[in-house]
Design a protein around this ligand. Sequence first.
Ligand SMILES: NC(=O)c1ccc[n+]([C@@H]2O[C@H](COP(=O)([O-])OP(=O)(O)OC[C@H]3O[C@@H](n4cnc5c(N)ncnc54)[C@H](OP(=O)(O)O)[C@@H]3O)[C@@H](O)[C@H]2O)c1
Length: 388
Amino acid sequence: MKTLPDAAFSQGPIKVGQSISPEEAMDYCFDIARHGVGKVSPNPLVGCVIVDAEHRFISAGYHGRYGEAHAEQEAMNSVDKSKLKNATVYVSLEPCAHHGHTPPCAVKLAELPLKEVIYAIADPNPKVNGKGAEILRLAGIKCRLLEGYEDKAWEQNAFFFMRQEKEKSLVVGLKVGMTLDAKIANPGDERRWITNSRSRQLSHYLRLVYDAICIGARTVVADNPSLNPRETSFGDRMPWRVVLDPTLVALKERPLEGLNLLRAEPEKVIWLTARENRDSKLVEKLSSLGVCVRFLEVDKSMQFSAVQIVDAVEDFPIYSMMIEGGSSLYHCFLESGLLDRLHVFMSVGKLYGTGGLPLYPGFSEINLEPRRLSSYEIDKDMFFDIIL
Ligand SMILES: NC(=O)c1ccc[n+]([C@@H]2O[C@H](COP(=O)([O-])OP(=O)(O)OC[C@H]3O[C@@H](n4cnc5c(N)ncnc54)[C@H](OP(=O)(O)O)[C@@H]3O)[C@@H](O)[C@H]2O)c1
């Protein structure tokens, strides 16, 4: 069992002048990198720490927003330049070597009188991989990986690495809260939470990690969710919200004025509905609020395929999307082969039996073939983070 991914920062702030070990410096890089959660996508989270020749902390920085300064630049901006001779730079990802919104960090670091640059993992981007390290070596600065950090670095930026490894622009995850017998709701008793408050806190953090959250129309009707990240200390940016509503049942059963998911930033809501609804007054009303309505072909059972859903979402600046249920939507994506990650919260003491709504209401056997599995105990719940 491991510490939860959103546990409080593992160490307090480090003071200027404080002596720190290489591991403390690197751990701090990971800690501060998380200030960029929800703000840097599709870029990775990155933290940087600079120590002087005696290994005393002199500065730190993190990538805080897409298009803005990288972690190394932030750390360099706030450093006392007189202390840089023979200093060491720690960074949670290999310094970049290419021109993007900002100049290459490796080139900027190479101009400093540093002794060494130590990073946690190589950048898989072919424009960078090994090239950042090469620029530094050519400038006479030692450059190496810190052993033992590769897994942590991969996990912190799983979406970034998965997109490169799988050569896809959108990573799709599925989050579920379920009982020991894999039931996601107990009809007639729908207001009750399945998992405990700490599990829910982590699931709110996940809403911050993903660019978009996708739900089915019946979940809108049953739960009227807000889909905003709450109870997390990492910020409150609204994710994109994607609603599957081919027959407009959500709008018919829930007056638009009372829909919680439209309360904040309705222009970041995508409503997927059937072409037949083009002239609907409800759609007109929805569009007038700024909601992005997209019309898709439906099959004989009034359903879209997972591929159609992903294609529609890829028109927007969305690089990661979390499927949040309910049962029909889980079914659609579990059978699609398009899932990259599962976040399973399980209340191990509860079983709903045959009356409960199943996670997977399908008939065919599915083999997801997990590549990585992490498990955590959260009070009396279990949490499984499964990379496919
Ligand atoms: N425990 C959890 O983690 C969790 C999470 C979310 C929801 N839930 C529970 O799940 C229940 C709702 O589940 P549900 O299965 O009844 O409904 P659902 O999946 O939320 O919504 C089903 C409806 O969404 C639309 N939809 C879903 N997949 C679609 C697709 N591939 N193409 C087109 N439309 C699609 C369809 O709308 P039409 O009806 O218009 O065809 C379908 O009837 C609620 O009780 C909710 O509380 C539990």
